[in-house]
Structures are given as C-alpha cells and as structure tokens.
Write a protein that binds this ligand. Structure first.
Ligand SMILES: [Fe+2]
Ligand SMILES: [Fe+2]
Length: 186
C-alpha cells in the first residue's frame, strides 16, 4: 500500500512540476528528504514505521494537489489523506494516526504522539538536507539581495532549529553548528 500511495503522489508531483513556474520538483526537493529523515527518526524513537512513512508521504498533499490556501494545507491535507488511505482500504486505526501526522505537522509543539513528532521533525530536517533549495528560495522566490542573504538564511536556520522537538534538537546540535560554519561562514 505504501508503494502504491507513493506512486500516486509521484504522479501528482509531476503535474505540479509541469504547472509551476520554476518546475519545482516536490519529491526531489522536499518529500524524499522528509521521508528519509522520518524513517530514521521512527527507528531511533521506536515509533510505528508504517504510520510515519505514510505521514511523511502525505503531510504536504494539499500543497502538491494545490487544494486551498497554503495556510490551511494541514487541514485540507488531512481530508485528502483520509480519502487516499480509504481508497487503498487502509485500516481505520492507521488512517486516524496518519491524519494526525498530517494535521499536526506544522509545529513540533502540536505533536501528540511519537509518530507525529517524527514527521514534524523530519519536515524541518529536510531543510538541513537540501541547502541548495534554500538558495533558490532566497534568490529566486524571495528576491533576497546578496548582502542580505546571510542574515536571511541565518534566520531560517535558527527558526528551523528552534522548531525541532527538544530531543531531536539535541541530536542535531552539531549538524546545525556545521551548517552555520559552512554556509554562513560563522
Ligand atoms: Fe507543510
Ligand atoms: Fe513539508
């Protein structure tokens, strides 16, 4: 079932890519990193891997399918995820937990269980894994000037780092320091 859902999401991502101005590839720029980090956190924190995998794959489904406003993509995503999971006859108790992962993925402070926490943290760690995307976001999407880019990126990294759950923040302390050293020259 996970693979079938992944294939369905990849098709939606292809449509999104072809319709977006900068040909944004949601899989290669974001979801694949969230998926990878979420799996590794699920092993570390002994969370349910199936729920975490499905949560990671579906957490931004409303953005991918371009349903509703960005600010509501967690609530719209929860509805879309429910429809997709029901279509694949996913057991009800799994559907409910995956919906929780989608609904509460915007902040680790909202996570109500380990699976939701893995998806939230992975959503942030995906940014640490894809620094080239942050440059695209700075220069192309937000038109940040070269002399302001360090401050802009520092704020992004700091916000991400502070948004991590306490235990994941502790685990990624060195990585964060290395990013600041290498990318920001600190
Ligand atoms: Fe999101
Ligand atoms: Fe995301």
């Amino acid at each position: 079932m996970i693979n079938e859902i992944k294939q369905e999401i990849l098709k939606d991502i292809e449509i999104y890519k072809n319709n977006s101005d900068d040909h944004y590839d949601f899989w290669n720029e974001h979801i694949k990193y969230v998926y990878k980090e979420a799996i590794s956190l699920s092993e570390l924190y002994k969370a349910d891997r199936t729920i975490v995998e499905l949560g990671a794959l579906l957490h931004d489904i409303a953005l991918i399918k371009q349903v509703g406003d960005r600010k509501d993509h967690h609530t719209n995503g929860a509805k879309l995820a429910k429809d997709i999971l029901e279509k694949y006859n996913c057991p009800k108790e799994i559907i409910e937990k995956v919906i929780g992962c989608v609904l509460n993925h915007r902040s680790c402070k909202n996570a109500t269980n380990l699976e939701e926490l893995c998806v939230c943290d992975a959503d942030i760690l995906a940014h640490f894994d894809n620094i080239p995307m942050l440059f695209n976001s700075a220069f192309n999407r937000n038109k940040v000037k070269l002399n302001e880019v360090r401050t802009w990126m520092k704020e992004c990294f700091e916000k991400d780092y502070n948004d991590l759950s306490d235990k994941t923040r502790e685990l990624f302390k060195l990585r964060y320091k290395q990013i600041c050293e290498i990318v920001l020259g600190e």
